[in-house]
Design a protein around this ligand. Sequence first.
Ligand code: COA
Length: 176
Amino acid sequence: MVHAAAPGPAITIRVMQEGDLTAVAAIEAASFSDAWPRSAFAELMPRGYARLRVAVAANGEVCGYCVMLLAGGEGEIANIATHPAWRGRGVGRALLQESLAAADEALAEAIFLEVRESNAAARALYAAQGFVQVGRRRQYYQQPAEDALVMRRARGASAPSSRSADDHAAPPSRSH
Ligand SMILES: CC(C)(COP(=O)(O)OP(=O)(O)OC[C@H]1O[C@@H](n2cnc3c(N)ncnc32)[C@H](O)[C@@H]1OP(=O)(O)O)[C@@H](O)C(=O)NCCC(=O)NCCS
């Protein structure tokens, strides 16, 4: 199990269970205009290639979830959301990091995902975990129609350095 770092109360990440589905479906409905039905989570739960995790607060409340699919040496973050009341407290990052660590451990070469172009919060979350944009699917989403950006994270990749280009310049020559 993984414990989220501060700030905010500690949370625990564990396998999604049948009893979580009502809370998960409520978070999903509050998070997406094209929400997955409860049955979509239920059908994935027993699949060997699907990895469903929930973040649980100390009082047992489900505050977020992450669904990752792993097959053929690659993975996909198929779904991730944090309960609106829990956003901005490290839950999404903890969920994503836990899944990425599992993907690295499984030697998945790369993890992919799609994200709405306008979803600044998710894009920042992904970029901070080493995802980079590798493509675009035009008008991929409905309600409202919008392009999806395709992002990829290579195995073991971490966030890009925040150093400026100047920091990367070669040091002055010492040959003379
Ligand atoms: C995207 C989402 C899962 C982030 O979850 P969260 O628990 O609020 O995120 P965290 O508190 O762990 O934040 C982690 C990082 O995400 C980014 N982030 C989170 N909220 C942000 C916001 N409102 N604006 C900009 N960046 C944000 C930041 O990089 C943040 O790191 P920082 O705190 O060091 O700045 C959450 O906003 C959500 O559920 N959104 C609706 C569902 C959704 O869009 N899912 C993704 C579909 S592709």
